[in-house]
Ligand binder design. Structure first.
Ligand code: FEO
Length: 397
């Protein structure tokens, strides 16, 4: 079962190849995921995190193939969302007195989830747990992305167990970053960051500086999802430093919904106007109802600006656009600019609804909305192209 990670560390997690959504249906996982659990064996043995509840029996059974469960001296719970703590009840049935090292918030969450009086040991930043030749050091990282989150560092092997941090939803058998196309790993890592960690950008920024300031040697970053970073662990740290700081590439993303293709036609003509005014900018279009919502949000995450369009429907906007705007609001993206557009029949109120959502999300709307009545004719198409050119100009101000 176990796969060697370093001299003292074995991976004892679960690859979940068939996972298509995570957090209920909130997050798409096109490449599956994994729940990484690690066994650290020195003079003492520590188990770091477990796996999601549906795999609890399989996890414990396979763990028994790897080690006599009674030889586990400590359980370290870096974060207690159910994808990592879900197998604890099954494990604790076998070794009920084993101490569980976690933050104060971690204990509260485990008590809230499982209602058991396990042997909790609360730890704080800088606390250590000697295992023999190696030592575990704990580092609290609240709100990355839950209040209980912490990282754990293993000296000697220089492994940082970062739980959700630096993770990706990506199933693999080969486990390491040097065995999979780097572009795929980084794309999944960015999607993970954009959809899960972006709301906590200020904390990421602060904690990254604090962690680097501690000067802990890091040769391997072992997250709780996806591949383990051993080739260039510094690369994903550099990415996080970029992503947490109003990240933007030279991209403008247009997201629209459409009923009879009028708003789609508007979107395409606005895109033409943008490209005409700024041939160097990357322009992408997405239909909010047809494209994956989390992939769209990832595109918005790395865009410098966005245009959101929807026809007026019952004086409001479509289900898909409303859902996307709600998710966008939660991500608290910074440094973006926006504009709105849409077709209408007898009430041009849809764009006002979008505008309010964008402003509430902290994304400034830099141009008056563009409305087109019914189906765009040649003059409306010309207006849309001009709108794209105007948007490029407005971005320069
Ligand atoms: Fe992977 Fe926040 O759990």
């Amino acid at each position: 079962m176990g796969k060697k990670v370093s001299q003292h560390v074995a991976w004892v997690g679960k690859a979940d190849w068939q996972l298509t959504t995570f957090h209920g249906d909130e997050l798409s996982t096109h490449r599956g995921s994994s729940y990484n659990s690690y066994l650290v064996r020195d003079k003492k043995t520590a188990l770091i995190d477990t796996v999601w509840h549906p795999f609890d029996k399989e996890f414990v059974s396979r763990l028994k193939d790897e080690i006599n469960l009674n030889d586990i001296d400590f359980i370290i719970m870096n974060h207690n969302e159910i994808d990592h703590s879900g197998a604890l009840p099954e494990l604790m049935r076998a070794i009920p007195d084993t101490p569980i090292y976690c933050t104060v918030q971690g204990e509260k969450i485990m008590r809230g989830h499982y209602h058991r009086d396990w042997n909790f040991v609360n730890v704080h930043t800088g606390d250590t747990l000697p295992l023999g030749d190696t030592t575990l050091t704990f580092f609290e990282a609240p709100m990355l992305h839950w209040p209980d989150t912490m990282f754990t560092h293993l000296s000697g092997d220089n492994v940082l167990f970062s739980n959700d941090g630096f993770g990706q939803h990506l199933a693999s058998e080969s486990l390491f970053d040097d065995t999979i196309d780097e572009d795929i790993i980084l794309a999944e890592a960015e999607k993970y960051y954009a959809n899960i960690l972006a709301p906590f950008n200020p904390m990421v920024k602060r904690k990254a500086a604090e962690l680097l300031g501690m000067g802990l040697p890091i040769d391997i970053i072992a997250p709780s999802h996806g591949v383990i970073w051993r080739r260039h662990p510094e690369k994903i740290i550099e990415k996080y430093v970029q992503w947490c700081d109003s990240y933007a590439e030279n991209q403008i993303t247009i997201v629209y919904d459409t009923m009879w293709n009028s708003t789609r036609r508007m979107a395409e003509c606005i895109a033409e106007g943008i490209s005409e005014a700024d041939p160097g900018v990357r322009v992408k279009l997405f239909n909010a109802a047809k494209h994956d919502k989390n992939d769209i949000l990832t595109e918005l995450f790395h865009s410098k600006a966005m245009l959101m369009g929807c026809p007026t429907i019952n004086t409001g906007i479509s289900y898909a656009m409303a859902g996307l705007l709600e998710m966008l609001h939660g991500l608290k993206l910074q440094g973006k600019k926006s504009a709105t557009f849409g077709s209408y029949g007898w009430a041009s109120t849809g764009v006002k609804v979008i505008q309010k959502h964008l402003e509430d999300a902290g994304i400034p709307v830099i141009l008056p909305a563009l409305n087109v009545n019914w189906v765009p004719d040649e003059s409306a198409i010309a207006l849309c192209r001009q709108y794209g050119r105007d948007f490029v100009e407005a971005l320069k101000k």
